[in-house]
Design a protein. Structure first.
Length: 350
């Protein structure tokens, strides 16, 4: 088992191993003494993993309740946020109790935001069950819901007490959803890890899960410790996301987040090459690895459509925005540009 400690506004461990779910109860008792544990999960994960978690809680004499949302991004909304808060209140959940977010990014973001706001904050534990949530969304305390005007526009920075990353849960992911998580893994490698990039090039989807997840989590830990509140370096994690978010939004979420990130990575690689910011080899390496992982490299939206959508990006400050440029594999950096310059990046990226 790998244990990675995050030293942010809260100090907590990320445990990475297979078959950890059956020890959930004891792992919780190592960090908290709740009377009741409230599991928040979705209807797919519920059928797969709730029983194992509940059995483990019972073995550790922990009372538990459960709230199940429908799987999918549409569930990350204000209505569900309030319904879960009511459910916790009706079940007399107090600040000495604890929430478990059992699932992927949607469950983690929603349950984490509930934890940040219910009774002005109660402890929560992330148990990610998708590759994307193992390597990215379960770590670093970003929690949020979507509103009409955009994705993740209401939320809080609120760190979990513990992250239990049991990568045997990845065995039940469809090939498609597994690939979507791979886009975030590739992103980490391009940001700052050439060894990870070589490992992915060599092993493709048969990569060593403990090694790959740990490398991504260590990188995220380091970035979050430097910039927990996303004012500088943390924005590096948005490599491929400025254009990717625009693709995701324009498709009305028909293109999944991971696929949109893959497209965003290819477009920023293309644009960086055409603008003389990276070598042709870097651009080719990025596009080839995206193809090797069965991810899309382009979408059929016009530059103008994507530009208008990208203008709503919340990373924007006044009339400037920071784009993340892959100067070479393992060396991505922030580049501050005028907001209207994104158009030419998108045009070059297509
Ligand atoms: N997923 C990007 C971040 O946590 O900052």
């Amino acid at each position: 088992m790998k244990k990675i400690t995050v030293n942010a506004s809260k100090k907590y461990d990320i445990l990475i191993a297979d078959n950890l779910l059956e020890n959930t109860g004891d792992l919780i008792l190592g960090v908290a003494k709740p009377q009741t544990v409230a599991i928040i999960t979705d209807d797919i994960v519920d059928g797969l993993y709730s029983k194992t978690v509940e059995n483990s809680l019972e073995k550790s004499n922990l009372k538990h309740i459960k709230y199940v949302i429908k799987s999918g991004e549409e569930s990350k909304n204000g209505n569900n946020f309030l319904k879960i808060c009511e459910f916790l209140a009706e079940n007399q959940i107090t600040r000495s109790d604890l929430i478990i977010a059992l699932g992927g990014g949607v469950v983690g973001d929603l349950a984490g935001f509930v934890a940040s706001a219910y009774l002005r904050g109660i402890d929560f534990i992330q148990i990610p069950t998708t590759l994307l949530s193992c390597v990215d969304s379960s770590v670093g305390g970003k929690t949020a819901i979507d509103i009409e005007s955009g994705k993740n526009l209401v939320g809080a920075f609120y760190q979990p007490r513990l992250v239990i990353c049991d990568y045997s849960t990845l065995n039940t992911l469809s090939d498609e959803v597994f690939s979507q998580g791979c886009a975030e893994v590739i992103k980490y490698a391009v940001i700052g890890n050439t060894e990870l990039f070589s490992h992915l090039q060599k092993n493709k989807k048969d990569f060593d899960r403990e090694y790959v997840i740990s490398e991504c989590v260590k990188m995220k830990r380091d970035i979050v410790q430097r910039d927990e509140f996303d004012k500088g370096d943390r924005q590096l994690l948005n490599l491929g996301h400025t254009i990717g978010h625009a693709v995701e939004l324009k498709s009305n979420f028909e293109i999944a987040h991971g696929e949109a990130v893959a497209i965003g990575l290819c477009m920023i690689a293309n644009a960086s090459y055409k603008k003389g910011l990276c070598f042709e080899q870097t651009k080719n390496d990025i596009i080839n690895i995206i193809k090797d992982f069965d991810l899309p490299v382009s979408a059929s939206f016009s530059a103008d459509e994507l530009y208008k959508t990208a203008l709503n990006d919340k990373k924007r400050t006044g009339d400037t925005i920071k784009l993340i440029i892959p100067y070479s594999i393992g060396d991505s950096r922030l580049l501050k540009i005028k907001t209207d310059e994104i158009l030419s990046f998108i045009e070059e990226g297509i």
